[in-house]
Design a protein around this ligand. Structure first.
Ligand code: ZN
Length: 220
C-alpha cells in the first residue's frame, strides 16, 4: 500500500485484487484488515487505508500519509479463524494430557518401562511404571519418588556408612526413614578417601532442583 502513495500528494484508490496480488496475501485477509479498521474508533496518528466511498469490499483508498501500523490481527480474524484456533487449542490440550501420562510430573522424564504383576491372593493385577528419573508408580500411585519431587528424602534421612574395600572407600547411603527407604536406586559410591566416597554418595542421593546444575563428582 505504501508504494502506491510514495511521492504522491494525494490519496490513491486501489482495487482489492491488485493489493492481494501485490502483497501475496489472500483477498480475505486484506478485506478483514480494512474492515476492522473501518469499525475501530478513529485514532490520532498515521492514517490507515479505508474502503473508498461506497465501494466497500472492492476499492481501497490509501491515504497519502499512509503508514504501516501494527495490524490488529485479533480484530481481523473471522469466525472460521476463531473456530479453527479453538479446535487447535483443544487438540493441543488433549495431546498435552496424553503426553503427560508418559512423563514424570515432577521432572518430565520419560517412562522407561511398564510391567505388570499378578497378586492372585489379593485378586489384583498391578501395573508398575518406571520413569527415567527413578520414579516408580503402582497403578498410578507413587511407590518410588522422583529426585525432583516433593517425596524425595532429605540428606539427613540417610546415614552414610563408609567401608574400606580393596584400597578404595565405598559409601552406602543407609535409609533412616520410610521416605528414604522408598528410594529405588540403591546406590553405593566409591572414593579414594573416606570423605570422597561419602561426598559422592551425598551427591547421588541429594534432592534435585529443576534448572539447577547437578553437583559433579570430583572422582572418578
Ligand atoms: Zn521425575
Amino acid at each position: 500500500m505504501k508504494s502506491h502513495v510514495k511521492g504522491r500528494h494525494e490519496s490513491k484508490i486501489v482495487d482489492l485484487p491488485t493489493l492481494a496480488a501485490e502483497s501475496n496475501e489472500p483477498e480475505g485477509l486484506i478485506f478483514n484488515i480494512i474492515e476492522s479498521r473501518a469499525s475501530s474508533p478513529i485514532s490520532a496518528g498515521p492514517r490507515g487505508a479505508t474502503w473508498f466511498e461506497k465501494e466497500r469490499g472492492r476499492l481501497i483508498e490509501v491515504p497519502v500519509d499512509f503508514n504501516m501500523e501494527p495490524v490488529d490481527i485479533a480484530a481481523a480474524l473471522t469466525i472460521p479463524h476463531l473456530e479453527k484456533i479453538q479446535a487447535l487449542q483443544e487438540r493441543l490440550e488433549r495431546v498435552e494430557e496424553e503426553r503427560a501420562q508418559y512423563h514424570c510430573p515432577h521432572c518430565d522424564a520419560e517412562i522407561s518401562g511398564i510391567t505388570g504383576q499378578d497378586f492372585p491372593e489379593h485378586h489384583a493385577y498391578v501395573t508398575y511404571e518406571t520413569f527415567a528419573c527413578g520414579r516408580v508408580t503402582a497403578d498410578g500411585w507413587e511407590e518410588g519418588p522422583c529426585p525432583y519431587g516433593p517425596n524425595w528424602p532429605r540428606l539427613d534421612e540417610f546415614e552414610f556408612v563408609v567401608k574400606e574395600q580393596g584400597g578404595l572407600f565405598v559409601c552406602y547411603p543407609m535409609p533412616k526413614t520410610d521416605r528414604a527407604r522408598r528410594v529405588r536406586a540403591a546406590t553405593r559410591e566409591v572414593g579414594r578417601t573416606k570423605e570422597e566416597a561419602e561426598e559422592n554418595a551425598r551427591i547421588a542421593v541429594a534432592p534435585k532442583v529443576k534448572g539447577q546444575p547437578e553437583r559433579r563428582r570430583s572422582w572418578p
